[in-house]
Design a protein around this ligand. Structure first.
Ligand code: 1BN
Ligand code: ZN
Length: 342
């Protein structure tokens, strides 16, 4: 049910509520909070701001991460990777989106290994010309090559944050929007493969990353009329107390989209998470979507207070379920939903 979120002016009235969340077609009782992760604020006097919203569920978001991590590392060519395709595509089929397909293409990594990249692509209201594209990668890095322990540098990571968090957001956004969008508004969801098998460091390594998305843009199903107005990539959105700064390539290629998303985040009560300052520059799926002509931003934790760049768990064995913060997932997912609805 769509509701309106009113921002406080004076005399706040705090409302706490619970909701029944539907996950994987099964009803699960979740304790869900309001738009700022704690409560929903409403004014009893002067209303300064009203935005349309449908509540996402933090418990569902966390459960989506948990289920992916339980599969084991989703590295290219692994059984866990195949099972993740089945998990995500199965969920999409059950949550009410209109179409889901898997796009396959042969790719070669910088190490010369051959794989088939399998991108999962779902659409809500496929006939609508007014569209928004959401992207997250579901594959996980085959090597913990930034782990402090060098003995771990060839071991695959769980990718709870780097992989599962963005996918969880797309799954939950699909669930809440599948039956709430006006017919004239379409949402596309791209679960991209083989983002994370690229070469760390060195010159000219950009195209070794995001192999699935590089293939997807060659075959993307749009005409000039129904090409998405903008795209939003979600990557590493589940870290403890994650802050989202204005990522460099997003700012360079799609600054009006960054403005819109950061403004909606502030109006939704997440101004503390969506910091209105410059972030790092990240070679990520959005770069290739931008080059294909769709203005696309990256919601990503690129300035962590401990490291000054990515979360300390990045490409380490510590990128596991214990590093996931459901409030970070909630802030990212609710902001995406509110951006689409307003
Ligand atoms: C993001 C998450 N990326 C990988 N995992 C992209 C990236 C590419 C980050 C190169 C740093 C360097
Ligand atoms: Zn990564």
């Amino acid at each position: 049910m769509e509701t309106f979120l009113k921002k406080l002016a004076v005399f706040p009235v705090i409302l706490l509520y619970t909701a029944i969340c539907l996950t994987s077609g099964a009803a699960v009782l979740c304790s869900c909070t309001g738009s700022n992760g704690n409560s929903t604020a409403q004014t009893s006097a002067i209303s300064t701001d009203t935005i349309r919203t449908v509540a996402v569920c933090a418990d569902s978001l966390y459960a989506h991460v948990e289920k992916q991590v339980a599969l084991g590392p989703r590295t290219p060519g692994s059984t866990s990777h195949d099972r993740c395709v089945a998990l995500v595509a199965g969920y999409m089929n059950s949550c009410g989106v209109d179409t889901t397909m898997v796009q396959s293409a042969p790719v070669v990594t910088f190490k010369g290994e051959k794989f088939t990249a399998n991108n999962i692509f779902s659409q809500i209201n496929p006939a609508a010309d007014n569209r928004v594209l959401l992207i997250a990668h579901y594959d996980t890095r085959p090597w913990a090559d930034s782990d402090p322990d060098e003995a771990m540098h060839s071991t695959p990571i769980d990718g709870a944050n780097d992989g599962a968090s963005g996918v969880a957001v797309l799954m939950e956004v699909a669930r809440v929007l599948a039956h709430e969008l006006p017919d004239s508004l379409g949402v596309d969801l791209l679960f991209a493969d083989m983002e994370d098998s690229g070469e760390s460091g060195g010159d000219d390594t950009e195209t070794t990353w995001c192999l699935g998305t590089q293939e997807w843009v060659k075959q993307m199903p749009y005409t000039a009329k129904n090409r998405p107005r903008f795209g939003i990539l979600l990557d590493m959105v589940g870290g403890k107390d994650a802050l989202f700064h204005r990522e460099y390539f997003s700012q360079r290629h799609a600054s009006p989209v960054v403005d819109k998303v950061w403004s909606i985040a502030r109006r939704s009560g997440f101004g503390d998470r969506f910091v209105n300052k410059a972030g790092g520059a990240v070679v990520d799926d959005h770069l290739f979507i931008n080059r294909a002509g769709i203005p696309c931003i990256d919601i990503i934790e690129s300035i962590n207070e401990q490291t000054g760049s990515f979360n300390p768990t990045w490409h380490t064995m510590s990128d596991n379920l214990s590093a996931i913060d459901r409030n970070s997932l909630h802030a990212a997912a609710q902001t995406v939903v509110n951006t689409i609805l307003n």
